[in-house]
Design a protein around this ligand. Structure first.
Ligand SMILES: [Fe+2]
Length: 304
């Protein structure tokens, strides 16, 4: 599998100063670069130049970046995406600050996905030589260590799942199905490495973002993240709770512009020999929120 991971999430925010406070001071990311009303941030345990890009001018997703292992894989993906019928264009070094050449694909769900293999290397806060387990100078706020996954909405989840399988070699860890014979795909949680998911999508409006998530090391770090959210009056959507789907632990919350974030811990290990798990629609509430077995209507309807 040549796609390595979710590399960056580029979003619009209504107010850059408020957004900077949220992502830098409350979540604890570092601001590494700023130009033309755009802020680039990275988390302490990430080595690449940035993982979140904030652009002032509205709300919602601009594009997703997924990192690919090498240029040969990029060329292969380009051919496969074209024969799938997706719109593909070349992306040049410098079109995104500190990111190299790559390709820009418009997904069947109308989301823009950039694939690249080169990005400036800044290194983690603890380095590569006899590293400490966490930055000894401390972390700000929650101190998120890294980006984890994203969840988007699509009018035709089946088509999008086929794109991820055939073009990008992703595999479904779990699927949510509906209909009298369970043939209708409502959601798919897909991975490229060994995580429970690197991207997920549920049926909904094309081009929208449901949330993007940060990895947390464990449940107690997640609970502490909730404390920091409360200290900073961050609006919480739901959690702390357990997911049925992915078996992860979660808190969903909103940035000041209304983009939904998540902190996510736990989950299981997947891999090439993974056998897909199925959830039926009658158990969807348990799948999303295993602890409380109910889903708030806002959780289903609010996307940006
Ligand atoms: Fe998530």
């Amino acid at each position: 599998m040549s796609v390595l991971r979710l590399g960056y999430v580029h979003i619009n925010v209504t107010n850059l100063a408020e957004a900077r406070n949220h992502y830098r001071d409350t979540l604890g990311m570092d601001s590494v670069h700023e130009e033309h009303g755009t802020v680039y941030l990275k988390s302490w345990d990430e080595a690449d130049h940035h993982s979140v890009v904030l652009h002032e001018g509205g709300v919602g997703l601009v594009k997703l970046g997924y990192k690919v292992s090498d240029d040969e894989s990029l060329a292969q993906i380009e051919i496969r995406a074209q024969s799938f019928g997706a719109r593909v264009e070349r992306m040049s070094k410098g079109e995104n600050a500190c990111v190299g050449d790559g390709i820009r694909v418009t997904l069947p769900s109308e989301h823009v996905m950039e694939l690249y293999s080169e990005i400036d290397y800044l290194g983690t806060a603890t380095g590569l030589l006899n590293p400490d387990p966490w930055p000894r100078q401390g972390v700000r706020g929650i101190g998120v260590p890294r980006l984890d996954h994203t969840l988007i909405t699509a009018e035709d989840p089946e088509l999008l799942e086929r794109f991820f399988e055939e073009v990008l070699d992703f595999k479904a860890a779990e699927r949510l199905v509906a209909g009298p014979d369970y043939s209708e795909l409502v959601g798919s949680w897909m991975f490229c490495g060994e995580q429970p998911h690197d991207i997920a999508f549920v049926k909904g409006q094309n081009g929208k973002l449901h949330h993007f998530a940060y990895h947390m090391p464990d449940w107690s770090a997640l609970l502490r993240a909730g404390d920091v959210m409360s200290m900073n009056d961050v609006p919480i959507d739901f959690g702390p709770a357990r997911h049925g789907i992915t078996r992860g632990e979660t808190i969903y919350f909103f940035d000041p512009s209304g983009n939904r974030n998540e902190v996510f811990s736990g989950g299981y290990r997947t891999g090439k020999d993974w056998r897909t798990i199925t959830w039926t629609m009658d158990q969807a509430a348990r799948g999303i929120n295993y602890t409380h077995r109910e889903i708030d209507q806002e959780f289903l309807s609010v996307v940006t």
